[in-house]
Each structure stands twice: as C-alpha cells, then as structure tokens.
Design a protein around this ligand. Structure first.
Ligand code: DAH
Length: 357
C-alpha cells in the first residue's frame, strides 16, 4: 500500500522540479534525478514487481500515467528553455540601421562602355549589335580588305570549321551534308577581329542616314601580356549622312572624350591607313594622366571617312552619301581612366581588383 501512496507525492515533487528548472543543464539534471535509469521515479517502477498480485494493475496504471505526465512536462519545459536560449541576450534596439546585403557592382569595362554609350546617346547615336562569330565577307571583303591584305592572314585570328554563304553572310555552317549551292562563294567563319563588321550588317539592313555605335567583344591571335589579350572589347562608330566631314568626326570624338575623361583632354589625328576609310587616321589622346605616365600622347583609336567602295558594296550611293567611322579599344580607355597597368587584370575576376571600381 505504501508504494501506491508514494506515487502521487513523488510525481508532484518531480513535476515541480522539472517546471522550475532554470536552464537546460538543470533540466537535464532533473530528468536524470527522476526519470533517468537511476531516477527516483524509475526506482518506483522497479518496485512494482514486489507488490502483491492484486495491487499490481492499479499501481502499474498509476505509474504509467504519472510517467507520461512527467515526460510531457519535461518536453514542455525543454521547449521553453530552448526558445529562451535562442533569444538575444541584449534587448533589441529597433532603431539601429539594418544589415545591408553586399551588392555586386559592374565590371570596370562595363562601366566604361556604359559611359561611352551614354555620351554618344546624348548626340543621337543608337546602339547596334552583331555576331561575334563572323564570316570573312563582313569582317574583311565588304570592308574593302582584299584577300591578300595582312589583316586577313590566317595567323591574325581564329577561324572556325563551319562555312557561311557569302555575300549575304547568313551564318549557316555548311558541313559536308549541306554543301554550298552553285554560284555561292563559301566564306570561312571566324571570330571577328573588330567590330567594324557590324558597319556592313547595319548598312545592308537599312537605308541612310545612319548614326550608330557598336560595343562588343573582338578576338585576335595575340599572346597575353600587360597590354595584349586574345579577346578584348571595342566600340565602333558609324555616321552616314549628306555632307558629313572630318570636322564632324573630330568634334564628336573630342566631345565624347571630354565627357569620359574630363575637360583637360586633347585629341590629335595622325594620318594612317585603313582599307575601309579614306582618308584614315589614328587618334591620339592626352591629358594630365598621360603626362604623368611620362608620355606625350597615347594612341586610342582608328578612324576615317567611309571609303566610297564600302558604300558601293552596301548599296549606298557614294555621290550622295558621306560618312565617317571609328573604332576605340575599350580596355585602353579603361586602363587610362583608372590607371591600370596590366590588361590581364580585367579578365582574372579577382574581387580584390573588381571591388575598387
Ligand atoms: N577596325 C579597326 C581596328 O580594329 C579600328 C577602326 C579603324 C575602325 C578605322 C574604324 C575605322 O571604323 O574607320 O583596329
């Protein structure tokens, strides 16, 4: 009879202790003291066997019910204590500024490209685009670059295995199965060596006047060093209208570079040769930064008045239309602008470099 009488008071004490456990360690301790293998309540259950037969069912029932109650109390207290442990120790100051997620930023080449595009948009230029996998027709032939021109040397770029049908220049790789049809001159596909190919694509797709710029990636078979990389970026420009002059070209280039690099910029045109312009120039650039590098001028672009032969090729009447074109190297400009001394830094994607812009 004494065992039956013990159950209730023992349970009450255990419940009180579990509910009052101040932290998880104390709770575990209480659990061990009562319902662990050597706990006081467990000991009670062990005594069940020594009871007279007729008392066993009642005592068993009572003990089981009490055990269930104790385990529930244990779980409830554990939940409370775990929640309390997860709460911040200090009161929360809701007036503190929030934690900002670190934002990525635009690559310096993208920033420079966007700035150049923005400057040209101010004076009415639209952005055009063309494929990086080009054919010889758009890259060379239509730009009045004959087959024996040094720029067409196989060494100068990367040729692809496919073939395109020329002169429309649709990029239709012709494996042995497709076979070029009679009368078509098959032209090799290549990675474009300059963005000038897009001049042809644009002029063939619309009548004059034209006022476009073409930012894009180009490819040359150069070994990488501090100033060369086999892929780099250019911005092509093309302006076709009636009565366009070298003066317009010079004024435009000067405007854009002042927008980009500040008002102390000076521009110089040096006579040069490009097969798709006549006359042709190289553009030199100088400002305080260039002087600081110990140089008088830096070459940054090629340009010239669109060659009449190019107009003939695209079906523009060279007696009516005149125009100019240029090609800037974007890396060159970015290096100058930010004082970067190695072109390869642009392509390594090292965040320590990128995060400075
Ligand atoms: N395509 C030339 C190059 O990659 C740059 C260039 C020169 C573009 C003269 C032009 C131009 O449009 O008129 O070096």
């Amino acid at each position: 009879m004494s065992l039956l009488n013990d159950i209730e008071p023992l349970k009450q004490t255990a419940l009180a202790e579990l509910k009052a456990a101040p932290d998880l360690a104390a709770l575990d301790h209480a659990k061990g003291a009562w319902i662990g293998p050597h706990g006081k309540f467990t000991a009670l259950m062990k005594q069940l066997g020594s009871l007279p037969k007729e008392e066993k069912p009642v005592a068993g029932k009572l003990i089981n019910a009490a055990k269930i109650e104790l385990e529930a109390a244990l779980a409830a207290r554990r939940e409370e204590l775990e929640l309390a442990a997860a709460r911040p120790k200090e009161p929360t100051d809701f007036t503190l500024p929030g934690r900002r997620r670190a934002l990525g930023r635009l690559h310096p080449l993208t920033q420079v490209t966007e700035d150049i595009v923005r400057a040209f948009r101010k004076i009415g230029f639209a952005v055009a685009d063309g494929p990086e996998i080009e054919d010889e027709y758009h890259c060379f032939d239509a730009l009045n670059t004959p087959a024996d021109h040094p720029a067409r040397d196989m060494q100068d770029t990367f040729y692809l295995m496919g073939r395109a049908s020329s002169p429309e220049g649709k990029l239709t790789p012709t494996g042995p199965a497709s076979g070029a049809s009679v009368g078509e001159t098959p032209a090799s596909l290549l990675l474009r060596t300059h963005t000038s190919s897009v001049q042809i694509r644009v002029m063939q797709s619309q009548p004059p006047p034209v006022r476009i710029i073409v930012p894009g990636r180009v490819y040359r078979r150069d070994n990488a060093d501090a100033t060369h990389n086999p892929t780099f970026h250019q911005i092509e420009g093309l302006y076709v209208d009636k009565g366009v002059t070298v003066g317009d070209l010079k004024g435009t280039v000067e405007f854009v570079f002042k927008e980009l690099m500040g008002s102390d910029v000076k521009i110089r045109f040096r006579p040069h040769y490009f097969s798709y312009t006549e006359p042709s120039y190289e553009i030199d650039f100088t400002n305080a930064l260039v002087k600081k590098m110990g140089k008088d001028w830096l070459e940054i672009a090629g340009c010239g008045m669109v060659h009449p032969q190019v107009f003939e090729t695209v079906g523009y009447d060279p007696e009516v239309w005149t125009g100019w074109a240029f090609g800037f190297g974007i890396e060159r400009i970015a290096m100058l602008r930010y004082g970067i001394n190695d072109i390869r830094l642009f392509y390594e994607n090292d965040v320590r470099f990128l995060k400075q812009f």
